[in-house]
Design a protein around this ligand. Sequence first.
Ligand code: GTP
Ligand code: MG
Length: 480
Amino acid sequence: MLARHSDPIVAIATAPGRGAVGIVRVSGKAIGALVRHLLGKDLKPREASYLPFKDAKGAPIDHGLALYFPGPNSYTGEDVLELQAHGGSVVLQLLLARCLEAAQAPGADGAPVLPGLRLAQPGEFTERAFLNDKIDLAQAEAIADLIDASTEAAARSASRSLSGDFSREIGELREALVHLRMLVEATLDFPEEEIDFLQKADAYGQLDALRDQLGQVLARTQQGALLREGIKVVIAGQPNAGKSSLLNALAGAELAIVTPIAGTTRDKVQQTIQIDGVPLHVIDTAGLRDSEDEVERIGIARAWDEIAAADAVLFLHDLSRMGEAGYVADDLEIAHTLAERIAPNIPVIDLWNKTDLAAPGAQMQPLAPLAGRQGSEASLSLSARTGDGLDAVRQRLLQVAGWQSAAEGLYIARARHVEALQAVGAHLEEAHAQLNVPGPALDILAEELRLAQTALNSITGEFTSDDLLGVIFSSFCIGK
Ligand SMILES: Nc1nc2c(ncn2[C@@H]2O[C@H](COP(=O)(O)OP(=O)(O)OP(=O)(O)O)[C@@H](O)[C@H]2O)c(=O)[nH]1
Ligand SMILES: [Mg+2]
């Protein structure tokens, strides 16, 4: 543990601004002396006391409630003091300064009351809770996700992860893995009985069951990560196809400028929308064409950059112009470039816009260079102007994002968790391959299983590097 992990810390725990109540929170290994110095008496554990909060000269800064939670029965696992005052920024700043000052004041023995008390860094209270085994790393992340949740589905799922649903599934996987490792390690010690022993103990069946179980957890974790992180959807197509109109229709607001002038959009316009609680980061881009205009050319280059980084592309066509040979040829050229520039696993959804203007029987054929790609299965038509067909677009987006349904019992997860589970899967596949050749190399098998466990452990934070902890906790708000 680093030295900074043992300093006593203090912070304003409530959001900045005006509020009925504001909280200053202190955490440290032994803060009883600070409590006495600040409040003039000892506090009963976990009982609210209504008191004046006085400055160094004895004049009250405010009156409020003080709560004392001696460790380990506290949020951080250390002694925690909470001062609940009125929620004004000046009052809380004064209280915070008073705590820091009181900590430096000489106590009965002449030494400072609470040496080393300092302002907490973002997430440091929760980091303490993790380091003191109050919660694991996945639960700590769920606290941040609960605070950041922007939809009911995200909040409920974060709450489930926080209460340990996700960690429990990881724990069950770990148990099964440890059991299998014990078998293999034991066999290593008695090589003459090797294969027989593994067969009798059904190591094969255990590994298969473990792979199945991992597959299910991975599928649920991917749903949880989708709920938290969403996907990036780029709207692309020729000028005037109605890209900006589509963004506005999806967002339900006039975000991007719409005009009949081809080349209206230059810079990208981005908006996060929610469909079924899944966040979709939708980006409207400049219409794709050969242009002499310097500004438009830069806009088009940016559009291609966005397309290259998309998780899904909405390729918009103008139904009212499908009769123009030149228009169709240009669409085909864009389709060729799209097929070249984006990975084959990125879905491209063809959308035929302006159904309200379309000639009856207008062509809606998927473009050949993109045929066979996910998203191109069936054509979709809509009118960004009237909103006709928009729901089907939303459903198709959810489908290509891989969203199953707003199933009950979903827990929130992060891309980091998905990657860790995929690494576990890769090691289990290696182990499976080893076990299924004649005369398996048991030491390689054992090593693959060990690596699988290391990857699994990184989710809940056993043996996680300090760098990773820094990244995770620095994204919290101060005072949490
Ligand atoms: N009738 C009809 N007109 C539409 C529809 N969608 C867009 N338009 C019109 O088409 C014109 C171009 O729309 P935009 O949304 O600006 O098109 P864009 O693809 O963003 O164009 P650029 O920004 O120039 O690339 C505007 O006059 C829109 O009102 C539709 O579904 N029906
Ligand atoms: Mg536009």
